[in-house]
Design a protein around this ligand. Structure first.
Ligand code: NI
Length: 161
């Protein structure tokens, strides 16, 4: 298990467009394993490669704790409906903000074996896919926040952050 340093807002790497993955290499496999470890260690539901400083079009998502998926070269082919709710990001620690996103998406991507798959998602998973996909184009959710960022400790006063 290897953890990588999560880059935080203000780090230029988070504003860059990530590049397509052309082949699975030992190096990329290790990157993906490290991203998964790093996401779980930080109690996140998603993490994009650029958040650990690597400009490849890869993100990992697990919104339930038992639904880990790896997305390589993802492409959101359908977006419809609407959901508005709080969103956070491991690169913006301790904060949340309200973002309106599509409530339903269909995404095409490659899995960790470079095998194509298509996934239909709604609600939180759809939100996570859109959020992580934005990272691959150099965008962070705070650009889309309606109103102000709030402290997570104000949203969930019982929970220690
Ligand atoms: Ni994020």
């Amino acid at each position: 298990m290897a953890l990588r340093k999560i880059r935080e807002m203000g780090d230029e790497v988070l504003t860059k467009r990530c590049k397509e993955v052309t082949a699975m290499t030992p190096r990329t496999r290790i990157l993906i394993d490290d991203m998964i470890d790093t996401m779980y260690e930080a109690n996140g539901v998603g993490l994009a490669a650029s958040q650990v400083g690597v400009l490849k079009r890869i993100f990992v998502i697990d919104t339930t704790g038992e639904d880990l998926r790896v997305f390589i070269n993802p492409e959101i082919v359908t977006m419809d409906g609407e959901q508005t709710g709080y969103e956070g990001c491991l690169s913006v620690p301790g904060k949340s903000g309200v973002v309106t996103r599509a409530n339903h998406v269909i995404v095409k991507a490659l899995d960790e074996n470079m095998k194509p798959f298509e996934l239909e998602a709604t609600e939180l998973l759809a939100r996570a896919i859109q959020h992580e996909n934005d990272h691959l184009d150099g965008h962070v959710y705070v650009e889309k926040v309606e109103g102000d960022l709030v402290n997570n400790s104000d949203l969930h006063p019982q929970e220690e952050e």
